[in-house]
Ligand binder design. Sequence first.
Ligand SMILES: NC(=[NH2+])NCCC[C@H](N)C(=O)O
Length: 376
Amino acid sequence: MLNSFDEWSPLKEVIVGSGLNHGSHEMELSFKLFFHDEAYAAFYYPTYQVAKEKEANNGSRRLKQRYVEELTEDVEEFVAALTGLGVKVRRPLPLSRPATFNTPYWSGTCLPALNVRDQAIVFGDELIETPPQVRTRYFENDLLKPVFYDYFHAGARWTTMPRPVMTDRSFDTSYVSGQNTPALQEIAEPAESEFDVGHEMMFDAAQCIRFGRDVLVNVATRNHALGVEWLRRHLGDRFRFHVLERFADNHIDSLVLPLRPGTLLLRHPGLVDHLPEKLRSWDRIYPPEPNENIFPTYEDDDLVLTSKYIDLNVLSVDEETVIANSLFPELVKTLEKQGFTVVPVRHRHRRLFGGGFHCFTLDTVREGSVPESYFD
Ligand SMILES: NC(=[NH2+])NCCC[C@H](N)C(=O)O
């Protein structure tokens, strides 16, 4: 039965994503807007211009097959580690081929369900699918349907937030506007469409971090604010949302993660003042500064989509046990010094595929029967 309220209670069941057939990135407005903060350099002249020559006619950038293969090896080892810890692992359908689709308004090519944290969230016995922000991710959750149906048959509530039409004018671009990069020129001149409905609800589950009854949520755009308003109305007083204004561009699970009640993994001390009052008295673990040499060397046309802090994106198996990237041994040591048992698993291309172990997973069953209050 679907049951999960926080990020640290003993993990029983988890969905682990699959990167199979991740063919390319489509360099269109929603992608550039979403990854603007981290891929900024790639969207800048002259790098952009050089790499652009390697793009296909439709503006898509191929991902090298070797990276996808190595990613898949690492994900399978991660699955084996979880299974070894007694956690039941569920998998999405693999993407059999990069299928192209048309909506009435635009077209795209499907991505595999890799970062399954991003577009679905569990509040107790309810699964909520969030409305996509990147066009090529529009049908990604369909690959999770067999798993979602299993939870539904077992009694879970299953809700989908309103789906956006996603014309150019659906996007609130104020977060990135004013920066003069080629990517931004496209964003600054959104095409008009007869289907425009104005700013829409577009919001990712990974903008939320669950602490039982209390949920931290990052809001950087009007699109996000609408999403949070929907969640508040829908969930009523069962959960309380604490908004972090522009804490990040979107996802926050490489900035702050609770490892157990009273202990946060936090990217840097400057973030403390942005946290809700109650969390400021929790113990904080700061990661050592990641050195560039813990990452593979990439070429000009490889798009680096995350910050170098991505390895903070650990997955808690229980209040003492954390799965962390073995390629960042200094972080492993830091966590061990704080008394955690760390299960090291290798994850090489986290910066190319936009996520670490927390992003790759959706914890569907953890122990606990009510949303506890940690903020009172
Ligand atoms: N759920 C996720 N996909 N999280 C990934 C967040 C990565 C974050 N933008 C960073 O660059 O560090």
